[in-house]
Design a protein around this ligand. Structure first.
Ligand SMILES: *Cc1c(COP(=O)(O)O)cnc(C)c1O
Length: 371
């Protein structure tokens, strides 16, 4: 029997649902013609700050540029060190390196896959300028413990919340948990646009002002440049699309949580051989990815693909073993937890529009592939 490929992340269903609002919003921008820093950018920043619960939101061109802008605003540069996790998307470590600073990796907690706070303190030196935890797969890092360590050393904390926008940590929202929160609106992220985009969040007036300036070539007034910056603005069209998508976001967050809980319940019932995500009882996850651990990961991925079920690996090579970071001299074995996990993780189709019968089909195929 021919069975259709299940989408890994069904963005078409979402578009069909929001089509009139999205087209209306796009059309309004095309008509008013303020394609760069139009009124939708300001409107979006107001709504996002209210949603997250911070005083300021600064939108930007991507979740990579937000990390760059945040670290530039904190004055991080050549010879500095930033403590971060090796088990993340490249951008986290890459922007540290781009500024001439050194990514100082710290191994992860084997249950949550986030930076292990117990290992942070020994990585701090006189050159450390910030701690940059990542809230991987949509579940926040242990921000209270991280903030406590940072406070003792008077260091700022940037949460890379590119995957966790919409999730909560002890009742508070991701991106509102530290000095600066950074997120991405890449299409496949929990809140995704139709291109690149990102946002920064802070309660600090001064930092917000500096980040706004850096976003536009370091200018406070047009053609008057106080500092070095970048072209890091979000397009008005992306802001308009995100405004339309925000209407459905609360529902989507609820769906994501339900789909995640559904997978976990089904696997727990069927097999002891799938390690399901660990969500701390005080937190919620938006499941940017629903990622399990299995033995024989690659064989299982192939079997699923043969059944029309796409999978992905987030991430097969930890950052310290990426050729791009060769110059720092990290070696195989430096971060054994991240290395072990990178050989076993497998992300399954996920999204607010994943149908329950498709989810059952995925679980059945995976259980069959295990045995
Ligand atoms: C996606 C992602 C980024 C980068 O976001 P872009 O908008 O794609 O530049 C940074 N960090 C993490 C953890 C991500 O998942």
């Amino acid at each position: 029997m021919f069975r259709q490929m299940i989408p890994f992340n069904d963005l078409k269903a979402q578009y069909q649902d929001l089509k009139p609002q999205i087209l209306e919003r796009i059309n309004r921008v095309l008509e008013h013609g303020q394609y760069v820093m139009g009124p939708e950018v300001n409107e979006l920043e107001g709504k996002l700050a209210a949603l997250v619960g911070t005083k300021h939101c600064v939108t930007a061109s991507s979740g990579t540029d937000t990390l760059l802008i945040a670290m530039m605003a904190l004055g991080i540069g050549f010879g500095d060190e930033v403590v971060t996790t090796p088990f993340t998307f490249i951008a986290t470590g890459e922007m540290i390196a781009l500024l001439g600073a050194k990514p100082v990796f710290v191994d992860i907690d084997p249950r949550t896959y986030n930076i292990d706070p117990r290992k942070i303190e020994s990585a701090i030196t006189s050159k450390t300028r910030a701690i940059l935890p990542v809230s991987l797969y949509g579940h926040c890092a242990d921000m209270d413990s991280i903030n406590e360590i940072a406070g003792r050393h008077e260091l700022p904390v940037i949460e890379d919340g590119a995957q966790s926008f919409g999730s909560t940590y002890k009742g508070r929202k991701s991106c509102a948990l530290s000095t600066i929160g950074s997120t991405s609106f890449f299409p496949s992220k929990p809140l995704g646009g139709y291109g690149d985009g990102g946002a920064l969040f802070t309660d600090d007036d001064q930092l917000a002002e500096v980040m706004r300036e850096i976003r536009i070539h370091g200018q406070a007034r047009r053609y008057h440049h106080k500092r070095i910056g970048i072209n890091g603005r979000m397009d008005t069209l992306q802001a308009a699309i995100l405004l339309a998508k925000l209407e459905r976001f609360d529902w989507e967050v609820g769906q994501r949580r339900a789909v995640g809980a559904g997978y976990t319940a089904m696997f727990s019932e069927r097999t002891p051989d799938v390690v399901v995500p660990c969500i701390e009882h005080c937190n919620t996850s938006v499941f940017a990815q629903y990622t399990i651990q299995v033995d024989n990961r690659d064989a299982i991925a192939k079997a699923l693909n043969d059944h029309g079920i796409p999978t992905a690996i987030h991430y097969a090579v930890p950052l310290h073993l990426q050729p791009a970071f060769r110059a720092y001299g990290y070696r195989d074995g430096d971060f054994p937890v991240a290395e072990a996990v990178s050989r076993r993780v497998l992300s399954l189709p996920m999204g607010p529009d994943l149908l329950e019968h498709d989810q059952r089909r995925i679980v059945e195929a995976l259980v069959a592939a295990l045995h």
